[in-house]
Design a protein around this ligand. Structure first.
Ligand code: ZN
Length: 423
């Protein structure tokens, strides 16, 4: 987030970082309370005419002159005026719309301060909304934060198969297939062996048909599919997975097989419920693996292709030597640029952990220095990484490995491409 409280989720190349920035902004907004109903949230969806919104606000402005409390009235009117000013900087809403949060924040004692945020969300806003309350209205944005990865779903037995996708909580049925496999029972006349052979052939054909449809549906979108879940009532699902029916690229993405009672649309729902725990564990497992990979380097002589600590990692980022940057999501640090307002003397950039850090005096002329730039360190290092095409991985503190990254390595470490130029 920039120091004026704006987040443009579309300005980051790395969706992971954009998501993190967005998450941090919501965290900050959630912590803001008003003394009365004097915090205004304004959601402007794409396609909404800015002039409509301004008219609406002017009407609200007129209404708010009836507010009884003098302080609240003054604060609400200030918020609306300020919104009208901000709206003027937009010709039309951005592609995903835009959200404004403006108001007066209660501080300790009877202190207060004006706050103002402009958020361009990572996904489109659906509805127009104006709300004045003692806290900001964040629900539509918080919903965007929920995990929305896509998984492929197959439920199968010898009679039926259903193929679908799940994204967030929404399940999409893509195809239902019925087989021509005859029942094993109640068939007289033919020799038993010949009959069984017939059944196996028919089943084999059915599994092939299912797999072909899966390939056709998923291969073009495979990069968007995080994993594949297979369900069904009996052993068939395991057989279908273990034999090479599925395209090898799709097979690689199979998370596991799960027992479900049904193989229709309802079976897909059952599958998602059964698999949800396994799926949650997946992103954690990936984080653990990354830290373990780092540790393997750390314990080598001269700590192998690893680097850790802010200074060392920044150095390797600057020379383009970082393959993967590992940053703890729990890191709360800021990179600050100081300048003397009187003589123009500029300090070297520093890193602080206090979000309300107050600068000291200028060493040249003894006047209080000013903060001219303040950046979240995760954002700063990520941008450095982007510049040299290094991968960035944000690691939660939810695993032992994640905690180790934070505590033992100060939350910042890297797996290197090479170690030339080491200090
Ligand atoms: Zn000075």
């Amino acid at each position: 987030m920039t120091s004026d409280g704006s987040v443009d989720s579309s300005s980051f190349k790395d969706p992971q970082i954009a998501r993190y920035e967005f998450k941090r902004a919501l965290e900050e907004l959630r912590g803001i309370k008003g003394r009365a109903t004097e915090l205004v949230s304004l959601y402007v969806p794409p396609g909404r005419a800015i002039s409509d919104v301004s008219n609406y606000l002017r009407n609200e402005y007129a209404q708010s002159s009836n507010i009884k409390s003098r302080t609240t009235r003054k604060n609400v009117m200030w918020a609306i005026e300020s919104l009208l000013g901000k709206l003027k900087t937009f010709k039309e809403p951005p592609e995903n719309g835009v959200v404004f949060f403006v108001g007066t924040r209660a501080l300790s004692g009877d202190q207060s301060e004006p706050v103002s945020y402009v958020i361009i969300p990572p996904e489109p806003i659906n509805t127009y909304l104006y709300r004045c309350d003692s806290e900001f209205f964040l629900k539509p944005l918080e919903e965007m934060l929920a995990e929305k990865e896509t998984y492929g779903l197959i439920v199968i037995d010898r009679k039926e198969a259903t193929i679908g996708l799940v994204k967030g909580k929404r399940i999409q049925v893509q195809l239902n297939l019925q087989s021509q496999v005859p029942s094993k029972h109640g068939r007289g006349g033919q020799s038993q062996r010949r009959f069984e052979r017939l059944i196996e052939d028919a089943a084999n054909e059915f599994f092939k048909r299912v797999a072909d449809h899966v390939t056709e549906l998923w291969l073009p979108i495979l990069k968007d599919i995080k994993g594949v879940l297979i369900g069904g009532p009996g052993y068939t699902k395991v057989f279908f997975y273990e034999q090479d029916y599925l395209h090898h690229e799709i097979k690689k993405k199979v998370v596991d097989t799960f027992d479900t009672g049904y193989t229709d649309e309802y079976g897909l729902k059952e599958l998602v419920e059964k698999a949800s725990e396994a799926v949650e564990g997946m992103s954690l497992a990936k984080e653990k693996k990354l830290v373990q990979r780092l540790m393997k380097e750390v314990i080598k002589p001269d700590s192998g292709l690893s680097a850790y600590g802010e200074d060392e990692v920044r150095h390797f980022l600057q020379i383009g030597a970082v393959d993967t940057l590992l940053i703890s999501e729990a890191l709360r640090k800021y990179r600050i640029k100081l300048k003397c307002p009187s003589c123009g003397y500029e300090e070297k950039e520093i890193t602080v952990s206090d979000p309300n850090y107050e600068p000291g005096k200028c060493p040249k002329c003894n006047v209080l220095e000013q903060i001219v730039e303040k950046t979240d360190i995760i954002e700063e290092l990520s941008k450095l990484a982007e510049a040299s095409s290094s991968k960035v991985e944000l690691i939660s503190a939810d695993s032992d490995e994640g905690e180790m990254l934070l505590k033992a390595f100060g939350g910042i470490a890297a797996i290197l491409r090479f170690k030339g130029g080491a200090r």
